[in-house]
Design a protein around this ligand. Structure first.
Ligand code: FE2
Length: 234
């Protein structure tokens, strides 16, 4: 059995140091690896891809793929707020591999990154991606975008912009859907054990916490019904 490693990399601090836009956006990229087999995947590699790939190489990992939580440029690269954000297109130049995404996210992902359809592997909820001997389960959690994914591996949930420690992703951007976000938070992620460690896509309100704590303290997880939620999110 492999040994699971999760490395959380904060843009502007751990990678892309000195980039003020990265520092302001507070994105997390993740390396998920099998430390014995020295295989890894990257979640949302953006902002400073060479820093991330240098780390992969320095630690002796072989990169087997990229997992995209969703297609926003601060997570996968592209053009945003007048800035060019480095991302998966740079991965393809230096260390080509497949990019795993939900099938409903594929078109948006290709538009913002310029990737070819052949670069992508399209998934449905419940699919698994293997890294070394470790299984990563893909959970479809729409709301922030139509094809947002969370990644369950071991006791961890890498949640992208679906869930933060003290909030959830915006639902007022194109493709956002408040009702779907409600179902993602209250149904699709409801069965996760309380000792699951949440690793969010931004450091807005902390870097990680167990789901027991998040359920107790995150006001977005304490809304009693959909009607209240709709008023809350308006
Ligand atoms: Fe986003």
């Amino acid at each position: 059995m492999g040994r699971l490693v999760i490395r959380q990399l904060l843009a502007g601090r751990d990678i892309g140091r000195g980039n003020p836009v990265a520092a302001q956006m507070q994105n997390f990229a993740y390396l998920i690896g099998d430390a014995e087999r020295r295989r890894c995947v990257l979640v949302d590699p953006a902002w400073a891809v060479d820093d991330i790939l240098d780390l992969v190489e320095a630690e002796g990992y072989t990169l087997d793929g990229v997992l995209a939580t969703h297609y926003h440029p601060d997570h996968v690269g592209g053009h945003m707020f007048g800035f060019d954000v480095e991302g998966v297109a740079r991965i393809m130049e230096r260390s080509p591999c497949k990019v795993h995404t939900h099938r409903r996210e594929a078109e948006g992902l290709r538009q913002v990154t310029g990737l070819d359809a052949s670069d992508l592997v399209l998934h449905d909820s419940g699919d698994r991606v293997k890294v070394g001997d470790i299984d990563i389960t893909l959970l479809h959690t729409p709301g922030h975008t139509p094809g947002s994914l969370c990644f369950k591996v071991g006791r961890a949930l890498v949640a992208g912009d679906t869930l933060f420690l003290q909030g959830c992703g915006r639902v007022d951007l194109p493709g956002g859907d408040p009702d779907e976000m409600y179902y993602s938070l209250t149904q699709r992620l409801a069965s996760l054990p309380g000792d699951t460690i949440l690793y969010p896509g931004h450091a807005y309100s902390g870097a990680s916490a167990d789901m027991d704590t998040v359920r107790r303290t995150n006001p977005y997880l304490q809304v009693p019904d959909l009607e209240t939620w709709r008023r809350f999110m308006r």
